[in-house]
Design a protein around this ligand. Structure first.
Ligand SMILES: NC(=O)c1ccc[n+]([C@@H]2O[C@H](COP(=O)([O-])OP(=O)(O)OC[C@H]3O[C@@H](n4cnc5c(N)ncnc54)[C@H](OP(=O)(O)O)[C@@H]3O)[C@@H](O)[C@H]2O)c1
Length: 206
């Protein structure tokens, strides 16, 4: 039996869409050719905190599902083929694509079509913590459509000059409220922002 309209309304109000990626200080998530070799940096920040594996494990458990673009999925498949593992555990992974792609495991589902309808109509009633994990095209689309509640941006201590931007093709300003800042021993700085939809809508980028 399906959930009542009231129950779905509660679930939608409780759900949260987060965009999370790591980027260079100059705002790129990958080089133009898609490579992310530069994610491994060797900085040390004495006052930073250590990312304890138990903390990461507990944190990942709070995520209910992942959403990603097809190019990010293809990168994840390549990583797996190289023996680097699958970063999304046994959580559902929704891949946005208009193409036929190989389905690597039962937890992967493909979607094409209206993204707002998919997130608000299908994901929000089912999942609390919905994580968009890239890439730049999908995170830009998610923000343009007003679907994101939160942006988590991990800045790595490196400049790479050119590449795929964290948010591709944004057509307006998006007002944010900084909610968390954490500096790690590795020199990475993790920022968390709440998306202020009401202000963002009326501010046109110049
Ligand atoms: N640094 C990080 O944390 C991080 C995180 C994630 C990814 N990355 C990197 O970013 C790169 C990929 O980013 P990207 O911006 O090029 O691509 P992307 O956002 O991963 O994927 C874009 C593709 O997804 C499909 N798509 C997007 N929106 C859709 C929708 N609403 N419905 C159906 N399909 C949709 C389209 O492809 P088709 O329809 O043609 O399939 C589109 O070209 C990779 O190199 C990856 O390694 C880095």
């Amino acid at each position: 039996m399906g959930a009542s309209p009231e129950a779905e309304t509660v679930a939608i109000a409780d759900s949260r869409v987060t965009i999370h990626m790591a980027a260079s200080l100059d705002g790129f998530i990958a080089r133009k050719d898609g490579s992310v070799d530069w994610l491994e940096t060797s900085d040390e920040f004495a006052d930073g905190v250590t990312m304890e594996p138990e903390f990461v494990e507990a944190f990942l458990k709070t995520i209910d599902c992942y959403v990603m673009g097809s190019r990010t999925y293809e990168t994840a498949l390549n990583f797996e083929a190289k023996g680097l593992g699958w970063a999304y555990g046994d959580k559902p992974v929704f891949v946005l694509s208009s193409r036929e792609l190989p389905r690597s495991r039962d937890t992967v589902e493909f979607h094409s079509g209206d993204l707002a309808q998919f997130v608000n109509g299908r994901l929000r009633p089912r999942f609390g913590a919905i994580w968009f994990v890239g890439g730049g095209v999908v995170s830009g689309e998610c923000l343009r459509l007003g679907l994101a509640d939160e942006v988590r941006y991990s800045i790595l201590p490196i400049l790479i000059g050119d590449g795929i931007r964290f948010f591709e093709k944004l057509d307006r300003n998006i007002a944010l409220h900084l909610t968390e800042v954490r500096a790690y021993k590795t020199g990475m700085v993790a920022l968390c922002y709440e998306v202020l939809r009401h202000r963002g809508k009326s501010e046109r980028a110049t």
